[in-house]
Ligand binder design. Structure first.
Ligand code: ADP
Ligand code: MG
Length: 357
């Protein structure tokens, strides 16, 4: 008890001077926010490094530009692609890069500036061992304290849901590699599903569609552009079109083809239905006393993938409940983590691991 008191006092004192950070370590994007300042970094979760020496050459958008285009000596990878840490060293390098980027500047002027307290949102599928490793990485990168919280919890807080109340809130965070579906009550996760079907799987569906229907070979980046520009989940009147350039599978030569919104919606339907099936499973497992709350409050969507046009309408139709998208859904996790700096009690309740080294 006494020690806790001193830690809190010291923490308060240091907190007056240091840049406390909230980090969303997403499968597709990493966001960093500073207490009192807001979001300062929003970059793809990609690392480029030398294949043999493993020396990191670039992180973020610079590394993303290298994806799929690297010469043999360089590899560009997404270390959290499937919602688990597939490459620990790269994850650590990415985390260290961002913490240092934000933290190092003031140190040049003030040699003893307190090191930051860091709250990191991680996919809920990350194992206990991996969590500890992420925490260690944050401490090694200069954090004074590192707390880890689960992304659906952070997303719910960021979306402004009453997570501390005894009510049940249902959050669906559709990211790049994973969709996280959770029912939250009293600061805890009541039911939770993390499925490996989200934005990346939609892109892959567009790649497959182009190959099978048009004998056209396109890259993931092109597929993502198509999804964002004309992709949808729910039927609308306007049938938007876009011209896609790729390689003809038979002739092996460049070819341009027009895709329309209807065929892309059909191509995405399977992936969208898998996400909806996940939501239904969670609802089925939710204790009945929460169902009324969820029907009243509605299902909340967050994450970049929730921006797919009409996905809110389709989910509403399928689960027979109101569905709404959080404001600026792609930043909900980092904003939620940032809010925890103002609510120590909630932070202590929702953290999955963390503390001093
Ligand atoms: P993560 O939390 O896993 O890092 P994000 O929440 O950043 O993922 O979401 C990334 C996903 O959102 C990507 O698959 C991206 O293509 C998708 N996305 C972003 N904007 C849109 C949009 N307007 N329509 C459909 N998908 C989108
Ligand atoms: Mg996310």
């Amino acid at each position: 008890m006494k020690l806790d008191y001193w830690i809190i006092m010291l923490d308060f004192f240091f907190g007056l001077f240091s840049h406390d950070l909230a980090i969303d370590l997403g499968t597709a994007n990493t966001l960093v926010a500073i207490k009192g300042k807001g979001i300062v970094i929003r970059e793809p979760s990609v690392v480029a490094r030398h294949r043999k020496t493993k020396k990191v050459l670039a992180v973020g958008s610079e590394a993303k530009r290298m994806l799929g285009k690297t010469p043999q000596s360089i590899e560009a990878l997404r270390p959290l692609r499937r919602g688990v840490i597939s490459d620990f060293d790269a994850t650590e390098a990415m985390l260290a890069h961002y913490i240092k980027l934000v933290h190092e500047r003031p140190q040049k002027y003030l040699p003893n500036i307190p090191r930051p307290k860091v709250i990191i949102g991680i996919p809920s599928g990350v194992t206990e061992v991996e969590r500890r490793a992420v925490q260690e990485a944050a401490l090694d990168a200069g954090a004074r304290l590192a707390y880890l919280i689960e992304e659906p919890m952070a997303a719910a807080i960021g979306a402004g849901l009453p997570v501390q109340e005894s009510k049940g809130s249902l959050i669906v965070d559709i990211g790049g590699g994973t969709s996280e579906i959770a029912v939250i009550s009293l600061g805890g996760i009541v039911v939770n599903r993390s499925i490996r079907v989200a934005g990346d799987a939609m892109d892959q569906a567009v790649v497959t569609f182009a190959r099978l229907k048009h004998a056209l070979l396109i890259g993931e980046q092109t597929a993502e552009d198509v999804k964002i520009s004309i992709g949808s989940a729910f039927m609308t009147d306007d049938n938007k079109q876009t011209v896609v350039r790729g390689r003809d599978l038979e002739a092996g030569l460049p070819k341009s083809i027009k895709f329309n919104a209807t065929e892309i919606r059909e191509a995405l339907a399977d992936v969208v239905n898998q996400i909806i099936a996940g939501v239904k499973e969670v609802i089925e497992e939710t204790p009945p006393e929460f169902i009324g709350d969820i029907m009243e409050q509605g299902v909340t969507l967050a994450g970049g993938g929730s921006q797919l046009s009409g996905i809110d309408k389709l989910i509403a139709q399928e689960v027979k409940m109101p569905v709404w998208r959080a404001e600026d859904p792609q930043t909900a996790v980092v904003r939620g983590a940032l809010k925890l700096f103002e609510n120590e009690e909630l932070l202590q309740r929702v953290r999955v691991t963390g503390g001093l080294k």
